[in-house]
Design a protein around this ligand. Sequence first.
Ligand code: GUN
Ligand code: FE
Length: 482
Amino acid sequence: MQTSEKSDTDIRFVCRGTFVHSTAEEALQILEDALLGVDSKGKIAFIGEGKDLQKLSESFGFCSSAVTQLRQHEFFMPGMIDTHIHAPQYSYAGTALDMPLLQWLNTYTFPVESRFQDIEFAKKVYTQVVKRTLRNGTTTACYFATIHTDASLLLGQIANDFGQRALVGKVCMDRNDGVKYYRETSEESQEETYRFIKELLNKKYPLVKPVVTPRFAPSCTETLLAKLGEMAKNNKLHIQSHISENLKEVEWVKELFPNSESYTDIYHKCNLLTDKVRAQSRLRFTKPLVKCECLHKIRQTVPDALQTIMAHGCHLSDEELVLFRKTGAALSHCPNSNISLCSGVLNVRNVLNHKVKLGLGTDVAGGYSPSILDAVRRALDSSKVLTIQDPEHKTLSFEEVFRLATLGGSQALSLDERTGNFKVGKDFDALRVNVAAPGGPIDLIQSEKPQILLEKFLNLGDDRNIVEVFVAGKKVVPFSEP
Ligand code: GUN
Ligand code: FE
C-alpha cells in the first residue's frame, strides 16, 4: 500500500477498480481491485487494495459508501501526453497531405498560420483543438501556436479554462523566404517572446506554462537561436523545436549553417539542448540575463521548468543521439506525421537504446489525427515496418508504446514529478475507460483480463470509450456547462 505521510489529508474522492499504468521497471503494471484516493489539491493521497477499504476509510476519514466502483470492463489509466502539436494547424487537420515537408510548409502551413493575427479566428480554432484533444484523452499537451503573441496567450487561457495541462509556445521565426509575409524581425521575435513569457507567467495558471519555441533552424538566424537559448537558460524555461524530420531539410540546414558539425550541434551551440538536471548545477553560477523582478520571482514557483523537446529526429546519427543523451534533451516521436509527409521512420528502439527521453506527438496537422491513440497505433506500425525491413529489429510491444504515451511523455517534458502514472503525491491525471461503452467501437465477446482490455482499447478504442477525463483531480470531460 502507498499512502502519503499525513492522514489528516482532506480526501475529495475515492475510486475502486482496475488501474493500469507504467513504471520505470514495468511498461505495464496492472493493479486489480485497487483503491485510489484523491485529495482536495487533486493529488493522489493513497493507493491501496480493495480489501483494505475499512482501514483506509478510517485513517483518511472518508465514507466507504461514497467510493466510486468501476465496472468489470472499465479501468483507469494515466492521462495521455501529446508532446508535440500545432494548435493553429488543427484548422486544416485531415487535409493537405500531398507534399513533402518544405513545400507543405510554404503551400499550406504558413498561409494558414498567418491568419491567427485575427483573434476571433484564433479563439474558434483554439477552443476546438483544446476540447477535441481533451475528449480524446490528452491531459497534457505541448503546443506550438503561431508568431502572434496575443493569440498565443489566448491559447494558454483556453487550455486553462478547460483544465488541460499545457505548455504553450509563441513561434519564433526571423527568416522565411518561402512566404515572406509570415515572419518577424529578430528584435520583434525576442521582444515578443519575452512579453509572451512574462504575461503568461503573470497569469499564474496552475497547469499552463510557456515554452520557448524557435520553429526550426532554417526559419531562425543563429543570432535569434542564441538569444532564445540565453532566455530559456536564464529563466529556466522549456524549449521546443523540430529536428531532422526530412532529408531535404537536413541538407538545407547544412547549407545554412556550414560551420556546424550537425543539425544537433547548431541547437547545442545555442544552448537550446538541456534538461533540468543538468541546468540546476549550471544555474548556480549564472544570473538571469532578462532582468525582470516579476519573472524572476514567478520562476521560483515553476519547479518543473527547463527541458528541451525536439520533434521527429528521424534522420539523427548515433553521435547526435549521444549528444541528446548527454544534454538530457528529449525527442517527440510523431509517426502519423512522419508517414503522412513521407518524412522518414524513426527507429524508436535505437533512441531508447541510447537512453534518450522520448514521448509521442500527434504533430497536427502534419499528422492528421489529434488523438494520441492514433499515435500509439502509428508508432506500432512504424516499428513493424522496420522489422519488415530488418527481421533483427526488435519490434516495440504495445506495452512499451503505452508507456511512451503516458510516463515517457511526462519524462520527455520533465513533468514526471507531477503526472505520467499513478504514484502517491502526483496529480491525478487519468482516463476512465469503458471498453464496452454503449454505442462504442468495441464488442466484447466474453469477459477479458485487464491486459486484453487495454490492448483492445489502444488498438480499437476512441473517445466514446473515454467516459471521464481528470486533470489534477478535476473532472474536465464530460465538459461542464458554461
Ligand atoms: N518544421 C518546421 N515547422 C514545422 C511544422 O509546422 N510541422 C512540421 N511537421 N514540421 C515543421
Ligand atoms: Fe511539428
